[in-house]
Design a protein around this ligand. Structure first.
Ligand code: SDX
Length: 435
């Protein structure tokens, strides 16, 4: 524990108070301002919590200036190169990489939990065929506590672990069911003989129906490898908006399915996980390379609401390391699948011109994880409105890991930010006939 402190002095009253600077293993210190209101009768003002450490965590570390991303201390580049997604999900949940036996048992447990209650399938009948898959995901995940209420004691460590692995196991099944419902195809059951990524692609695209298991599964290993990478890169990202939402909802003691459903809802926004869908829609709107300068000008014009989807980041003021990895995989997947995707070529032109533009250089706006991921999802034949669902499948491992970590805290204060009130002062009520 360091003795460094922050001295704050009120310039009118002259009162001073010292606040401990808490030191992290990596990254900036955090000033412990919890007694600020008692000492000075004021709050700290930080809309969007952009400089507020909302918790202590050991899971993920980001250095936005250096473009560094660590999961439990391991650089994302090494995990992306060497791991299967289940290894990373285990690492995020448990803090250490699994050995062979632990990974085998974890894979078995996750596969075992992939099946969903038959009554849950009926939920999908209530959705219109053209319902957005994210709307279906929020609704169905939020209802899981209606089916699995026996192990919901959030004070019980084993119950918490079961809920976490259940979420990781069932998310691909619910996601694939959302897609199958939207195209009017029968649902496909998860299979114990396929790994996590193969299972998802099989449930999405198999020609089989729920009545029989398709003995063949048409899954290209290149596409499975690309999906495995995308899931690893999207698995966690510190206290982003959706993870912070999961923690905030968890601080009320709500059940983990409600917490994850809240995280899915937060992820849906186009400024967050919805950006990958927004990138493809933006590229389709730009259409051809000749239009790129016009759209870059629109993105720079503050009177124009248009922003470059997939560019900029709240934390990274350098390249998002995930974007660098995905960009390389984009090339591999498109080349291997001999897909000449004009949208990828257009994305390269847009990236090149934006990165040369003074506005983007000065504001340190670089492509983020969402800029290229949509192009790979498109190469995997994932429909655009499923892109954020893909993000949610991967991020479930991060959400449940942060939820587990927050539940281990001896005392979690319920999340309750204050405000700077600018409304009317106290005034007398006026009856309607006198207004
Ligand atoms: C994700 O938090 C996470 O970790 C998220 C995530 C994760 O893994 O969980 O990494 C996933 O959400 C990635 C981000 C996906 N979103 C997008 O790609 C949407 C487009 N990007 C932006 O809307 C924006 O960059 C944000 C929301 C991502 C970040 O916004 P900030 O940090 O609040 O930055 P800002 O809005 O204050 O912008 C600073 C300046 C502004 O100009 P000025 O008012 O200072 O003149 O940069 C401009 C902005 O107008 N700007 C952009 C821009 N992003 C910021 N201008 C044009 N195009 C953009 N994309």
């Amino acid at each position: 524990m360091s003795n460094d402190t922050l001295l704050i002095k009120h310039t009118v009253s002259g009162k001073e108070a010292e606040y401990p600077l808490l030191k992290g293993v990596l990254g900036a210190d955090s000033a412990d301002l919890r007694s600020l209101n008692k000492d000075f009768g004021c709050y700290s003002y930080d809309p969007g919590f952009t400089i507020t450490a909302s918790c202590k965590s050991k899971i993920t570390y980001i250095d936005g200036d250096k473009g560094i991303l660590l999961y439990r201390g391991y650089p994302i580049e090494q995990l992306a190169e060497h791991c299967e997604f289940m290894e990373v999900a285990y690492l995020l949940m448990n803090g250490e990489l699994p050995d062979v036996t632990q990974l085998r048992d974890f894979n078995e447990e996750i596969s075992d939990r992939a099946i969903i209650h038959e009554a849950l399938r009926k939920f999908f009948d209530g959705f219109h065929y053209d319902a957005h898959p994210m709307a279906m995901l929020v609704g169905v995940v939020g209802s899981l506590s209606a089916f699995y209420h026996s192990e919901l004691n959030v004070k019980d460590l084993e119950h918490r672990r079961i809920c976490a692995t259940r979420m990781i196991g069932k998310m691909p099944t619910i996601a694939a069911a959302s897609y199958r419902h939207s195209i009017g195809r029968p649902f496909v059951y998860p299979r114990m003989d396929l790994n996590y990524c193969e299972n998802f692609l099989n449930m999405m695209f198999s020609r089989s129906s729920q009545n029989y298991i398709d003995q063949q599964h048409y899954i290209d290993p290149t596409l499975v490898k690309a999906l495995n990478l995308l899931f690893i890169l999207h698995a966690d990202h510190e206290q982003n908006a959706s993870t912070s939402t999961v923690r905030l909802v968890g601080s009320t003691g709500a059940n983990p399915y409600a917490c994850v459903a809240a995280g899915i809802a937060a992820l849906w926004g186009p400024l967050h996980g919805g950006a990958n869908e927004a990138v493809l829609n933006m590229l389709a709107e730009i259409g051809v390379a000749e239009n790129v300068p016009k759209y870059i000008a629109k993105a720079k014009d503050h009177n124009d609401p248009f922003r470059l989807a997939g560019f900029g980041h709240r934390v990274y003021k350098n390249f998002d390391p995930r974007a660098i990895i995905i960009r390389k995989t984009c090339h591999e997947v498109l080349t291997k699948a001999s897909i000449n995707d004009p949208l990828f070529d257009l994305a390269l032109v847009l990236e090149e011109q934006a990165l040369k533009d003074e506005y983007f250089i000065e504001k340190k706006l670089y492509p983020n994880v969402d800029f290229y991921s949509g192009i790979i999802y498109k190469a995997l034949n994932i429909p655009v409105n499923m892109f954020t669902v893909m993000f949610a499948i991967a991020r479930t491992s991060g959400w449940v890991s942060h939820w587990l970590e927050s539940m281990e805290e001896s005392s979690i204060p319920i999340g309750r930010p204050r405000q700077l009130y600018l409304g009317p002062e106290t005034r007398e009520f006026i009856p309607i006939n006198e207004r």
